[in-house]
Design a binder for this molecule. Structure first.
Ligand code: NAP
Ligand code: F7E
Length: 329
């Protein structure tokens, strides 16, 4: 029998790569897709694996839903009886979370509780992955590992910390196989266009093509440990295959400033970043997370996962993809 997985956030960057990974491994994959007023479904990132509902032998099933609806989650989990659940759904933009703190918590914090309770209500034996984040470390000095204290600096960070501790609590209270992957920033050509890496690489492509001249950024001094998203979904899957439920930091261990990322991205297209980057305080946050550099020793040692792509190569890959997308008809 094929193993069955349920992914919340399947239409996002990570969800789409994870769906591809699990389908390639022979899984039957179910995903929750939000309703929109304008589209049949927001499934652009799933274009490569999308299967028409009328096809036979289908292994990808998309269900209209939302992690703010507890009843829907109970019914779905009871009907699908997934072997694995990956909770990737979130309002995941840190700056936006300052404008939408209530909504961000409802999705990112309470969404986890609703899923964990739905698992208990359905009485099934399943493994649960919680998409936690380096934003929970916030102001804690680097390198951050599994033992580092948490000090979140945004409504997003605090909401994710609630979901993280809820995952730990359900493991300890009910013996559930529930794990929390504390992922540092990971990017790809599928990254949302308002996150800083993609904002930069998309701007590089458009400036190189003569469509735009400038890109407006906030804090250039922030340091981030940027990895490659397809590798991070492999780490998520591996964490659910372990003999014991263990929480890990998922990171490359190397980092750069936003300025260095911009410099690398512009120079890959033969441009000088100083000619094109302007400051706009609108993109700064009420409280910044200055330095995130993960220590991936534990995940490397215990389950053999290691990041191969680092931030400078990532900048080149993303610039190439954005330039190619502009050339496509
Ligand atoms: P993303 O591209 O922003 O995707 C978020 C996904 O959540 C989308 O599919 C979105 O649906 C869905 N979603 C939002 N609100 C929802 C709701 N109320 N009900 C159901 N689905 C909802 O994020 P990502 O980069 O793939 O990240 C995946 C997860 O890992 C997120 O939880 C994020 O917070 C966490 N994380 C990400 C990083 C990173 O660097 N990428 C690092 C650490 C942790 P729509 O497509 O309809 O918007
Ligand atoms: O910002 C600075 C900004 O929005 C990175 C999410 O996936 O990773 C992501 O959160 C840095 C910050 O990502 C702009 O101030 C400067 O210091 O790309 P970002 P993030 O906030 O690190 C974590 C791990 C997650 O879990 C989140 O879900 O770049 N920055 N200028 C800017 N950031 C943006 N977005 N836009 C700018 O113009």
């Amino acid at each position: 029998m094929a193993r069955t997985a349920l992914i919340t956030g399947i239409t996002g960057q990570d969800g789409s790569y994870l769906a591809e990974l699990l389908l390639a491994k022979g899984y039957e994959v179910h995903g929750i897709v939000r309703h929109t007023s304008s589209l049949i479904a927001n499934t652009t990132r799933l274009d490569d694996v999308y299967q028409d509902p009328h096809e036979s032998g289908r292994r990808l099933f998309l269900h209209k839903g939302d992690v703010t609806d507890a009843g829907l989650l109970v019914n779905l989990i009871r009907d699908i009886r997934p072997d694995e659940i990956y909770n990737l759904a979130a309002q995941s933009h840190v700056r936006v979370s300052f404008d939408l703190p209530d909504y961000t918590a409802n999705v990112a914090a309470l969404g986890a509780i609703r899923l964990l309770e739905a698992v208990r209500a359905s009485g099934i034996d399943t493994r649960y992955y919680q998409a936690s984040t380096s934003e929970m470390f916030g102001l804690t000095a680097p390198p951050q590992n599994e033992a580092a204290p948490f000090h979140p600096r945004s409504p997003y960070g605090t909401a994710k910390l609630y979901a993280h501790w809820s995952t730990v609590n359900y493991r300890e209270s009910y013996g559930m196989f529930a794990v929390s992957g504390i992922a540092f920033n990971h990017e790809s050509p599928r990254r949302g266009e308002t996150f800083v890496t993609r904002k930069i690489t998309r701007a590089v492509a458009r400036i190189a093509a003569g469509i735009e001249k400038k890109v407006y950024l906030g804090n250039l001094d922030a340091v981030r440990d940027w990895g490659y998203a397809p590798e991070y979904v492999e780490a998520m899957w591996r964490m659910l295959q372990g003999a014991e439920p263990v929480d890990y930091v998922i990171a490359t261990g190397r980092a750069a400033t936003v300025r260095e990322f911009a410099e690398a991205a512009f120079s890959h297209a033969g441009l000088d970043w100083r000619d094109h980057v302007e400051h706009d305080e609108r993109y700064e946050r009420p409280a910044e997370v200055p330095v995130l550099i993960g220590d991936p020793t534990e995940i490397e040692r215990r389950i053999g996962w290691r990041a191969e792509v680092h931030w400078d190569e990532l900048a080149r890959v993303m610039v190439d993809a954005d330039r190619e997308a502009l050339r496509a008809p």
